[in-house]
Design a binder for this molecule. Structure first.
Ligand SMILES: *Cc1c(COP(=O)(O)O)cnc(C)c1O
Length: 353
């Protein structure tokens, strides 16, 4: 089997990483030009005067255990956004290569590609089929230089899962041709298993996970990329050495302690239980044409007069997302499932819109 690195930029395959200061916690640090004193009100364990440990081993190990992979298969980034950016830069030559996306979908894939000067091939989801991904259309559009296929499941902003059979078909057909990157940012809210287990069959499968959603740590900026060890090794040489701050590392480690994991699972369960209740409340709103089924922690809501619904929400102190400018989503709002009180308040406001 050919290495996934055959698809990466040839000029980067032998990149030498920046040589950061050695990580030797048992020794006192006079090798990194840090100040020897902590700043005022620093309550971190490691000390904010110190550079953090690059790819902190304890966190890599805990996340690897959580996702049932080996540490060599896992890269930690400043949110999965950083992983998306690194992938595009590692695989796409400006003005030559491209990525494939399935709109309407998460905006960062196309933004990262455009910043890199890579092309963006769009294969729209089929709205009439519940925003299903058309694998045959995707494979038809593949050509040499199309390096990354970004699949978001559950998809933001439509909320639906991509069928396992569709994903498998893409993985089988694109071996040796392109990376298949499955963004599972919302998978904890879905009932289907992660595709991480498929990594054993597909070296070119990359999975993105994040602590921003189910773990409630969006402000900590901590995400994981799971992929082939050779790919992870290349990205570790590319990533800024101090990408994760001490504060992020320590909050992520805390969130991954067993007692905290149980709490996070309980909070996800509350959102999952609240989701159909909010959907039913919104479906009852006269201006709401359709609430789409969702496997995530948000609902796609098509309205008659979305701006009126949006404004009624704002008047009640609640902001929902206007996604009417996404292709095929005119009049649509994306509503994050909140607390029961917030959800009730939103539905009441929307009824008056
Ligand atoms: C929110 C979200 C992410 C998470 O990004 P982070 O950088 O990890 O916060 C990734 N992908 C999708 C589709 C998202 O909606």
């Amino acid at each position: 089997m050919s290495s996934v690195l055959d698809l990466a930029r040839a000029d980067l395959r032998s990149l030498e990483a920046y040589r950061h200061a050695a990580w030797e916690p048992s020794l006192e640090r006079l090798h990194a030009n840090e100040l020897p004193w902590r700043p005022h009100a620093d309550n971190s364990a490691a000390g904010l005067n110190r550079y953090p440990e690059p790819q902190p081993r304890a966190l890599v190990e805990r996340l690897a255990r959580l996702y049932a992979v080996t540490p060599a298969e896992l890269l930690i980034g400043r949110g999965s956004d950083e992983a998306i950016d690194l992938l595009v830069r590692a695989f796409c030559r400006a003005e030559h290569d491209s990525v494939m996306i399935f709109p309407p979908t998460f905006g960062m894939y196309a933004v990262a590609a455009r910043i890199q000067g890579a092309g963006v091939v769009e294969v729209p989801l089929d709205r009439a089929a519940g925003f299903a991904l058309d694998a045959a259309a995707a494979l038809d559009r593949w050509r040499a230089g199309l390096k990354i296929v970004f699949v978001c499941s559950p998809n933001n902003p439509t909320g639906n899962l991509v069928e396992a059979a569709t994903l498998e078909r893409l993985c089988v057909a694109l071996a040796g041709k392109a990376l298949v990157v499955v963004d599972e940012a919302y998978t904890e809210f879905a009932a289907t298993p992660s595709v991480i287990a498929w990594r054993k069959r597909f070296a070119h499968l990359v999975v993105l996970r994040t602590m921003s959603k189910a773990f409630g740590l969006a402000g900590a900026r901590c995400g994981a990329l799971i992929g082939d060890p050779a790919l992870v090794d290349l990205l570790r040489r590319m990533i800024p050495p101090y990408s994760l701050t001490t504060a992020s590392i320590e909050s992520a480690l805390h969130a991954l302690e067993p007692a905290q994991l149980a709490g996070a699972a309980a909070r996800v369960e509350r959102i999952v239980q609240e989701r159909p209740r909010l959907a039913a409340l919104l479906q009852d709103v006269p201006r709401v044409r359709r609430v789409w089924p969702s496997a995530a922690n948000f609902l796609l809501v098509e309205c008659e007069g979305a701006d009126r619904v949006l404004a009624a929400g704002v008047a009640a102190g609640l902001l929902v997302r206007d996604i009417g400018s996404y292709p095929g989503l005119q009049g649509a709002l994306r509503v994050t499932v909140g607390t029961p009180e917030q959800n009730d308040r939103l539905a009441t406001a929307a009824r008056s819109a």
